[in-house]
Design a protein around this ligand. Structure first.
Ligand code: NAD
Length: 295
């Protein structure tokens, strides 16, 4: 049976440490780290994420500046807002909640954010720095979800140098930065994706398996190597029959009950990667504040 990696608890530890650090920073600079959160339109899942991020940010002492644009506002309006926030000394981090409306050019928007305020770590400058390792870890703005996955891995205290890591998913926000991070840790990294052949066999070789697919319970128990570490990034809402009624449940990309029987460590959904993502956003905001004030 696996040990269940408690992302909720680890995220709480990170937030407690940040709270203390932010207090000290406030005493020194008489300023709080500032995070601007921009949401366009009213996608219900985005509203839930924005609320959760805002609540946790305020709890650790970050000042949050909420900006809501409606669907009628144009890409130009959003760019103007970002340019204004780039110049605002009270704003250390800018987060544009994705996905954007279909008619918006996501790359153009993300490239407008000042790389020093890019707390999501999606700007091509930060992506480049991550893959070429030019700045010390403490200054890097690393995408929050893969950063959270790595912190969970490191917290296990195991030597992962030379270990075989398989990441399922090649998105810019999870799969690719996860690969860069694990390569920096000297893992042997494979990225699998929708066109990968023989996926179960590839997964079966993984000492570390990271699933970021977006398909409920996609990874089965017999794809998993015995005594491996399984990190489940997926968040999928599914409907399950509960007596006469239907209830909505959140499940990951890994069949948790099966994985538990094979792996040494496995993350649950919910309570695994999700809370770590938010904790790393707060960490990045604090890093951006320190880079601005402590140079
Ligand atoms: P995405 O849709 O951008 O990417 C999915 C990836 O899965 C693609 O690269 C695709 O090639 C791959 N894929 C699709 N079908 C496949 C198949 N049959 N075999 C192998 N690979 C396949 O998604 P994303 O933004 O990377 O997110 C992935 C999942 O992680 C989603 O469930 C998302 O909700 C979740 N997520 C969670 C957090 C968190 O904080 N826990 C953060 C970001 C994303």
């Amino acid at each position: 049976m696996s040990d269940i990696i408690n992302g909720k608890l680890l995220a709480q530890d990170i937030r407690n440490n940040l709270k203390e650090e932010i207090k000290k920073l406030y005493n020194k600079f008489k300023k709080k780290p500032g995070l601007a959160v921009i949401q366009i339109g009213e996608i219900p899942a985005s509203t839930v994420y924005v609320k959760a991020k805002t609540k946790k940010a305020i709890e650790v002492g970050i000042e949050v500046f909420d900006h809501k644009l409606n669907n009628l506002d144009s890409e130009e309006d959003l760019i103007k807002l970002i340019l204004k926030l780039n110049k605002d000394e009270n704003v250390n981090g800018i987060l544009v909640q994705l996905p954007l409306p279909k008619n918006f050019n996501e790359n153009k928007i993300l490239e407008t954010i000042d790389p020093k305020k890019d707390v999501d770590g999606f700007h091509p400058y930060n992506v480049g720095i991550l893959s070429t390792s030019q700045i010390s870890d403490k200054d890097l703005l690393i995408p929050c979800t893969p950063q959270g996955c790595l912190l969970m891995l490191k917290n296990l205290g195991l030597n992962i140098v030379g270990k075989k890591a398989v990441i399922i998913g090649r998105s810019n926000i999870v799969g690719k930065p996860m690969a860069s991070l694990l390569l920096r840790e000297s893992c042997t990294v494979t990225i699998a994706h929708s066109k990968t052949e023989l996926l179960p066999e590839i997964c079966k070789e993984a000492d570390i398996l990271i699933a970021a697919v977006g398909k409920p319970e996609f990874v089965k128990g017999d794809w998993i190597k015995k005594n491996s570490i399984v990190i489940d990034v997926g968040i999928n809402r599914i409907e399950k029959k509960d007596g006469d009624s239907i209830k909505t449940e959140i499940v990951g990309d890994v069949c948790f009950e099966e994985a538990k029987k094979v792996a040494s460590f496995v993350t649950p959904v919910p309570g695994g990667v999700g809370p770590m993502t938010i904790a790393c956003l707060l960490k990045n905001t604090t890093t951006a504040f320190k880079s601005y004030h402590c140079q």
